[in-house]
Design a protein around this ligand. Structure first.
Ligand SMILES: [Zn+2]
Length: 238
């Protein structure tokens, strides 16, 4: 074999190798995509079933022992902070002071909720879409970020401003759920509730998919339920 021919063979082999590699990359990518698509299809199927089970169900929030204790701590905190009632305190505050108060509550409440300190932002919607997308607020686990919709803090209706205090408790409850299921913290919740939260993280239902199922799914039922439970206990205590 002449050296020229040998070089040609090397060249051809290289091409063949390159094509083979590219082909196997392509095959890998396709199989990854198929797997991803299968997982998404499975989740969509599960979610459909979950929405079906929740819709029309009588399922209610039942506070477990750790939440009963937490609610009492939150109520005594509110009583101390608002000695003459929430509304009378809010009446005295300027809009900027309302925002400072929210920052203060987040900082103090995260200790009461026994969660790591969260990043906190007040968001100001600039479009109707943003206003609805923010809701009253939300908690983003990937950034450990708690956001409040600032539009409600600037409103003349003090009950909307007051609502944002309960929104903080709602969102911190989400932070606590994640800390519980990721086993960062041992709060003493039952295996049953932890499993329901873990399942719900995978098949999370957005309000636009079903408003009823959104409120009744395990994570939201717990956060809305806890928020209402605190509101009722506080109202009874004053
Ligand atoms: Zn929520």
């Amino acid at each position: 074999m002449s050296s020229l021919k040998a070089d040609n063979m090397n060249f051809i082999q290289k091409i063949v190798e390159t094509v083979k590699n590219a082909f196997s990359d392509l095959v890998n990518e396709i199989s990854c995509r198929i797997k991803e698509w299968q997982i998404r299809r499975e989740i969509a199927k599960e979610k459909k079933g979950y929405i079906g089970r929740l819709t029309g169900s009588e399922i209610q929030y039942e506070p477990e022992e750790p939440d009963k204790e937490l609610a009492l701590r939150v109520v005594s905190y509110l009583r101390e902070l608002f000695q003459d009632g929430i509304e009378s305190k809010l009446q005295e505050l300027s809009i900027d002071e309302r925002k400072d108060l929210m920052c203060q509550i987040v900082e103090e409440a995260e200790k009461i909720f026994e969660v790591d300190s969260v990043n906190f932002e007040i968001l100001y919607p600039t479009t109707v879409e943003e206003f609805y997308a923010y809701g009253c607020g939300f908690y983003d686990r990937s950034k450990n970020l708690l956001c409040l919709n600032g539009a409600y803090l600037e409103d003349d209706h003090l009950e909307l401003v007051e609502e944002q205090i309960y929104t903080i408790f709602h969102e911190l409850k989400h932070a606590r759920q994640y800390a519980a299921i990721e086993q960062e913290k041992e709060y003493g919740y039952s295996e049953e509730i932890l499993d329901a939260w873990k399942y719900n993280v995978v098949v999370y239902i957005r309000p636009d998919e079903s408003d009823e199922a959104y409120r009744k799914q395990a994570l939201e039922r717990d956060a809305f339920g806890f928020e209402n439970y605190v509101r009722e206990l506080y109202t009874k205590s004053i």
